[in-house]
Design a binder for this molecule. Structure first.
Ligand SMILES: NC(=O)c1ccc[n+]([C@@H]2O[C@H](COP(=O)([O-])OP(=O)(O)OC[C@H]3O[C@@H](n4cnc5c(N)ncnc54)[C@H](O)[C@@H]3O)[C@@H](O)[C@H]2O)c1
Length: 300
């Protein structure tokens, strides 16, 4: 018995990297998987069927069940077709994992409109596109243990300076995940996000001296903690029927560590009885907020 027996899943961006590991581990645990990947370069250019087909073949060779889908998650109408494909092939949809992603890194002052739009389109709009059509199905068929699992990033959570488009999109995905957690719970859907870390062609774009493990790249993983296979492990449980209790959370999955992020909350409050003067607000903010930030992660 696998943890995902009788479950049907769509994994976007499953032709390579982390998505490919998720699709394979899902299938090994009994899920039937739609392997989506448009097969382009890391900057989102190009596109070919090869990566999705290869993962489907690997799953089938191992005795699992999978079909390929080649559409771009950024294509709103094609997203409807992807959900329909799962229903046509397998009769239902239990799990949607939005993994697909690209990079177009640039400092904010040099970034072009096209670089901004391309990254926001794939990550943030792409996550909405597939979720919209999956949620229509889930709302109409309320007897499931449905799972929405989205991909965020430390780049957004910690503010990577050379990735303003990616950081914005990835933190936007967290807000979207929280919204879906509140909106879709009544239909049996949980909505959570993953902040992963692994050597893939995406992290190969990070200059050698800034890599977590110097010498490590996706073609030559020297430390198996950097393998994307590790990231897939907690996601199998999150996709299973057993994880009903987990909703509206961000889980980090990196190496052999599985973490639970805190949620935003006000940690110091200045409560007035009337409109503050600018001078008093300045004085009190410095007096109360500044010490609260000492020793915490500083920006700049
Ligand atoms: N690798 C890391 O350390 C890391 C860290 C933080 C977040 N992430 C996120 O994890 C996810 C997976 O990244 P990865 O490192 O495996 O990268 P990857 O480049 O190896 O895999 C991404 C896959 O998504 C596919 N893809 C891109 N645009 C698509 C589109 N429009 N439609 C369908 N498929 C598309 C690509 O073809 C590729 O196969 C991404 O969302 C990424 O932002 C990765």
């Amino acid at each position: 018995m696998g943890m995902l027996d009788n479950r049907v899943a769509i994994v976007t961006g499953a032709g390579r990297g982390i998505g490919s590991e998720i699709a394979q581990l899902f299938a090994a645990n009994g899920a039937k998987v739609v392997v989506n990947d448009f097969g382009g370069a890391v900057d989102g250019s190009g596109g070919e069927a090869g990566p999705a087909d290869e993962v489907v073949s690997t799953i089938r060779d191992a005795g699992g069940s999978a079909v390929a889908n080649y559409s771009s998650v950024a294509d709103y109408d094609a997203a409807e077709g992807m959900i329909q494909q799962a229903l046509d092939e397998y009769g239902k949809l239990d799990v949607l994992v939005n993994v697909a992603g690209i990079l177009r890194d640039r400092m904010v002052f040099n970034m072009t409109e096209a670089e901004w739009d391309a990254v926001v389109d794939v990550h943030m709009k792409g996550t909405f596109n597939t979720t919209k059509y999956a949620s229509i199905y889930w709302r109409a068929n309320r007897e499931g243990h449905y799972r929405l699992i989205n991909f965020t990033s430390g780049s957004g959570l910690h503010g990577a300076p050379g990735q303003p488009n990616y950081a914005a999109a990835k933190l936007g995905i967290v807000g979207f995940t929280y919204s879906c957690a509140n909106a879709l719970g009544r239909y049996g859907v949980t909505s959570n996000a993953i902040g992963p870390g692994a050597s893939t062609r995406m992290t190969d774009t990070v200059p050698e001296e800034r890599r977590r493990r110097p010498g490590d790249d996706s073609e030559n993983i020297v430390d198996m903690r950097r393998s994307p296979a590790n990231v897939a492990v907690p996601i199998v449980y999150m996709a299973s029927e057993a994880s009903d209790w987990l909703n509206g959370q961000v889980i980090s999955a990196m190496g052999y560590d599985i973490g639970l992020y805190s949620q935003y909350e006000v940690i110091r409050n200045l409560s007035g009885t009337e409109m503050w003067s600018v001078e008093r607000a300045a004085e009190e903010m410095e007096r109360v907020f500044k010490p609260a930030l000492e020793g915490s992660r500083m920006f700049g």
